[in-house]
Design a protein around this ligand. Sequence first.
Ligand code: CMX
Ligand code: CO
Length: 149
Amino acid sequence: MLTRIDHIGIACFDLDATVEFYRATYGFEVHHTEVNEEQGVREAMLRINTTDDGGASYLQLLEPVREDCAVAKWLAKNGEGVHHIAFGTPDVAADAADIGDKGVRVLYDSPRTGSMGSQITFLHPKDCHGVLTELVTSAPARPAAPPEH
Ligand code: CMX
Ligand code: CO
């Protein structure tokens, strides 16, 4: 079951400059940065709010790190802007299977690794009224450290 907006993915040419825009204009701070080689992106996650299912909603700022990745191809065609939306679910594989059964193309046979150790897949934008749609299951929160004696 899709329970929240996990993030909005925004493609940019210069990650550092875009991070600075969001900080200076809105006061949003970087929660996490990483390079995802498989996806071909360097990214910054800006946490906007927590949600009532214990998750959070982010802006995901994306800069391509190679020419042959999805974000580089999209930027060359469209320039900067909103690239995708992502819904959060406790079980990305189950939701992807259900949605696939409805005739929507799911892009990966099984979920891949996304931001902060999450599991992700994508739905084809041509089957979603023009919106590239990602499904995300966040990595489980690290268990609290045992109390000291
Ligand atoms: N939003 C809406 N439509 C899009 C789109 C997007 N982000 N990307 C492509 N399209 C449209 C194109 O405009 C094109 O439409 P027309 O045929 O009408 O011109 C069509 O889809 C095909 O696009 P393309 O430029 O030929 O690109 P590809 O088919 O090679 O790739 C896609 C499209 C969705 C399969 C590819 O972008 C993909 O695999 N995306 C998933 C992975 C990804 O986006 N990773 C980056 C984010 C990582 C993260 O969030 O962690
Ligand atoms: Co994303």
